[in-house]
Design a protein around this ligand. Sequence first.
Ligand code: SF4
Length: 208
Amino acid sequence: MNTKDQVAKGLMLPVMEAFYTIQGEGKYTGHPAYFIRLGGCDVGCVWCDVKESWEAAKWPVLSIEQIVEEALSHPGRLVVITGGEPLMYDLGPLTRLLKEKGFTTNIETSGAHPFSGDFDWVCFSPKKFKKPHPSIYEVANELKVVVFHKSDFDFAEEHAALVNESCELRLQPEWSKANRFLPNIIEYSKNHPNWKISLQTHKFMDIP
Ligand code: SF4
């Protein structure tokens, strides 16, 4: 099987970077975690802080065995698969192997592609720039909406109406606009207590 076919089957994946750090956002804030950032994204957020991830062809394509072996070299057993947009790939084989080796598997996704993979926690962060695929609403454990503009509160509610009942709701200020929007987010959450606040605490800690 050539590399292209292996990528199509999720047996090899383009990895932009992988690193052991502390999860800074959302439900697992503060947990040591190994991040696997896959290359490739077709969502096109204007404020994206990992634009270099967009072009998948720039990044080395690794076998899932290589990816998992590297993850095993760190003491933590929480893995976060992110991107880029990780659901551009079939994540079934990688997540099954990670779970076989004892990892808890989390994903951070815009939901713009059909859902795949065996995940313990699905963080769905929809973007206005590409509509989510309907498969994400049933499996999302957490809806995390990045607030960059005042219209994002309406956008957040549109998606909150579509996710499953047990999905946790979080609003997170976009880092460069945090000073401007944090007071509005605090007021919004106090008035709509089904929403919690997520902050990019890794940026305060100055870690990746
Ligand atoms: S989905 Fe994520 S990686 Fe893709 S453009 Fe938006 S912020 Fe960047």
